[in-house]
Design a protein around this ligand. Structure first.
Ligand code: FAD
Length: 416
């Protein structure tokens, strides 16, 4: 069976891995020069079942309107993006009602758990190294009310955690000592993992090639050859790739590619920023810290780099880097690790912006379409690293018609 996978980000490569394992002859088409150059390049580096709540939580509309145009807001709506969000935005708000939000959270949680279980098996099978660690993550809080509501939410969703007071936080991460007076407590989420998504993409692409897949770089998909309800071939960079099945995993760019097949995917870009800071020996924190009030994750990548990621901006397909948003992340680092921040020279920081493929209900779209042999795997929003392995396995099971460990109907692209 010949399967063409479009996109060599986390989701395309994970899909290719499972398709190949199940016996497909896989070709991955990627327009960039290397794997993981899109949104999978410099993300927050966390696989976090603890953060599976969709971003359209109850009250999201009021929050967005109150913060309209404010550069220091953790979630920012740019006026220029409004036209592209009209229909999608209404559905995004509708999905924020408490019952739908709770259901969507459970869908993500089920897939996240499956995904982390699969990551362990994938590591065992491939020997991949990507600065992976499994020490969990810490969530820290600066006021009692937010802490109490976060604990109640985690309990309600069934996400296990250990509650920590201020001293417990400092025992778990000694570098928090200097800000401890401002913290009221937090939670340790033992299921969470970390790792460098870009390193994972590079290493996984190598494994796929060694096992016989074609991973074609610099190969931009421009169209499809179709007849009736069947896609016969994918057209890319003046070449034609015959396919028995096609799996579309092009992140935020999936929406435009799908439109060429008269398929409307309710996925829109939510821009995010990260900064990566080189560390001297002994400077690395020992565990990722998520500061909810600051909406930032501060995550060590091995012993020599620190990643700070956060914020969301609805600004269309623009990936330009706004100095104000980068300054925001630097300010967030100052509030979590002031001494480390003071020792960091601005010139050593690499800033990056990427586009999260946000589905309208905050749950990815995985499965078949009205084309008999076209499948999609996209819309992972802020959870693409967390859900990569589980989503790859699920789409492969669907292509092969196998039973899947999660309920495939919950992620179907035609569920809306
Ligand atoms: C700031 C930030 C922090 C984040 N932090 C986390 C985190 O801590 N944990 C987590 O779980 N998730 C996180 N995410 C989300 C996660 O990074 C994304 O969900 C994930 O990278 C999406 O992967 P993807 O493979 O769908 O998309 P991409 O990585 O964008 O891959 C799609 C690929 O398709 C290619 N492509 C597009 N068009 C074509 C074409 N015409 N022909 C051929 N190829 C094409 C692109 O070049 C790209 O390589 C974060 C995102 C951001 C922006």
């Amino acid at each position: 069976m010949r399967v063409v996978v479009i996109g060599a980000g986390l989701i395309g490569l994970a899909s290719a891995y499972y398709l190949q394992r199940q016996g497909a002859q896989v070709t991955v088409l990627e327009r960039e020069a290397g794997p993981g150059q899109g949104t999978s390049l410099a993300n927050g580096a966390l696989l976090h079942p603890s953060l599976v709540e969709p971003w359209n939580a109850p009250g999201v509309l009021g929050f967005l309107l109150r913060n309209l145009g404010r550069d220091d807001s953790p979630m920012l709506l740019r006026a220029r993006a409004l036209p592209s969000l009209v229909g999608w935005g209404l559905r995004f708000v509708r999905e924020s009602n408490p019952a739908r939000f709770a259901r969507n959270t459970q869908r993500n949680l089920a897939l996240a758990r499956q995904s982390l279980a699969q990551m362990a098996i994938l590591r065992e099978d491939t020997g991949l190294r990507y600065q992976q660690y499994s020490r969990g993550s810490l969530s820290v809080y600066r006021d009692e009310r937010s802490l109490a509501s976060a604990r109640a939410a985690a309990e309600g969703h069934g996400i296990p955690f250990v509650g920590l007071d201020r001293d417990g936080l400092v025992r778990a991460e000694p570098m928090l000592a200097e800000v401890a007076p401002y913290l009221v407590g937090g939670m340790h989420f033992g299921e969470d993992e970390g790792g460098d998504a870009h390193a994972f993409c590079n290493a996984l692409a190598d494994v796929l090639r060694k096992r016989g897949a074609a991973v074609e770089m610099g190969c931009a998909v421009t169209g499809f050859d179709t007849a009736g309800a069947h896609v016969h071939a994918v057209l890319a960079s003046d070449r034609r790739f015959e396919a028995d099945h096609v799996v579309l995993c092009a992140g935020v760019w999936s929406t435009a590619l799908a439109r060429r097949l008269q398929l409307r995917l309710p996925v829109r870009p939510a821009k995010g920023y990260s900064i990566t800071i080189p560390l001297a020996a002994g400077q690395a924190p020992c565990i990722p810290v998520v500061d909810h009030q600051l909406h930032a994750a501060v995550v060590p990548l091995g012993a020599d780099r620190l990643r700070v990621a956060g914020t969301a901006e609805f600004a269309g397909m623009d990936v330009s880097i706004s100095p104000a948003r980068v300054a925001n992340l630097q300010a967030l680092l100052r509030r979590v690790y002031p001494s480390l921040s003071a020792k960091t020279s601005a010139a050593s920081i690499s800033a990056w912006a990427g586009l999260r493929p946000m589905s309208v209900d905050g749950v990815p779209l995985i499965g078949g379409t009205h084309w008999e042999n076209l499948f999609v795997n996209t819309g992972h929003g802020h959870l693409g690293w967390t859900l990569a392995a589980g989503s790859g396995q699920l789409v492969s099971d669907i292509v092969f018609g196998h039973a899947s460990p999660v309920d495939a109907r919950e992620y179907s692209p035609i569920r809306f």
